[in-house]
Write a protein that binds this ligand. Structure first.
Ligand code: ADP
Ligand code: ZN
Length: 242
């Protein structure tokens, strides 16, 4: 796709200006999909900044609620820490409220939702989805990554002790906050989460496949984020320019 030169008669090839206009004014409703540890959070944040759309991560919202110690948070804690899924009714309600906020009118990127067929059906009634990006990762890579993941308690930035370590151990480069290991990133819980993914969430690949809006991005062993994200942007832009 030619993006730098703008032809005089541009019926098929779009120039950079067209691209920006489109990105500014066409709603872009994305879902990022993939097993735990695929890097959904990392890629979603980059996509959210580039296209100026809110990053909606149900896992982050749930953890925040638990951290605040609200009644809702307390009711979800046992599911999350055991590596299970939070009941559909609760997550769907959380998502519905978030998506009706004004900042979502030009699009959004959903990370961690939908995770079950019931959630996908509920989402259909709430909003359209233009594209589902399906990250696929070999299982050994997933387990290694999750157990070396650390998260900033203050700003949510994600680190990896092997591939993306912070400059000072235990301290966030961006805000100086404390880094911690999520309760559900401990080995016994990781296995349960992967099982939940296989049985509850993976069937959605076929569900969105039937609607022809899903595109695979295969993560090859230890490929750098900067390389993978380029492929993701290409897919998003090819869909926006159709
Ligand atoms: P990951 O994708 O790395 O497993 P998330 O941060 O997306 O992590 O989710 C963490 C946990 O939050 C899940 O294991 C689950 O308990 C809960 N959760 C997040 N999103 C959903 C959802 N859509 N439905 C049910 N539970 C969810
Ligand atoms: Zn931080």
């Amino acid at each position: 796709m030619e993006k730098t030169q703008c032809p005089k008669t541009p019926p098929k090839t779009k120039c950079a200006t067209d691209l920006n206009q489109k990105q500014l004014f066409t709603p872009m409703r994305l879902v990022i999909f993939g097993p735990p540890g695929a890097g959904k959070g990392t890629y979603s944040k980059l996509i959210s900044e580039r296209y100026n759309i809110p990053h909606i991560a149900t896992g982050d919202m749930i953890r925040e609620e638990i951290h605040k110690g609200t009644e809702l948070g307390t009711s979800m804690k046992k599911f999350v820490e055991g590596g299970g899924l939070v009941p559909d009714e609760i997550v769907i309600e959380i998502l519905r409220r978030r998506i009706s906020a004004p900042d979502c009118k030009n699009g959004f990127i959903l990370d961690g939702f939908p995770r079950t067929t019931a959630q996908a059906k509920a989402l259909e009634k709430i909003a359209d989805v233009d594209l589902v990006i399906n990250l696929t990762v070999p299982e050994d890579v997933i387990i290694r990554r999750l157990s070396s993941r650390r998260v900033c308690r203050n700003c949510g930035a994600i680190y990896n002790l092997i591939s993306m370590p912070p400059s000072r151990p235990g301290v966030c480069d961006k805000c100086g906050g404390e880094l911690y290991q999520r309760e559900d990133d401990k080995p016994e819980v990781i296995r349960r989460r992967l099982k939940e993914y296989e049985t509850q969430t993976k069937p959605l690949v076929e569900y969105y496949g039937k609607k022809s809006i899903i595109r695979d991005v295969a993560l090859v062993k230890e490929e750098k984020v900067e390389e993978v994200i380029k492929r993701v942007y290409d897919i998003i832009e090819s869909v926006k320019l159709k």
